[in-house]
Design a protein around this ligand. Structure first.
Ligand SMILES: [Zn+2]
Length: 58
């Protein structure tokens, strides 16, 4: 489909729409994909997406 695949939801998108991509991709491709779709802590902070660090309860 023509939906936009933002970096922060790509991992979820792959699971939803391309569940077999890891089976058909080479080891090199999987490693490359991982590095591209994994947010660094700095990126998470800038995007306001608390992927690895849940917000403290207030
Ligand atoms: Zn897709």
């Amino acid at each position: 489909m023509g939906d936009t695949h933002w970096k922060y939801n790509m991992a979820a998108h792959l699971v939803d729409s391309h569940p077999n991509w890891e089976l058909t991709a080479s080891k090199e491709t999987r490693a490359s994909m991982d590095s591209k779709i994994t947010l660094t802590p700095d990126e998470e902070h800038r995007l306001g997406v608390p992927v690895t660090q849940p917000k403290e309860p207030s």
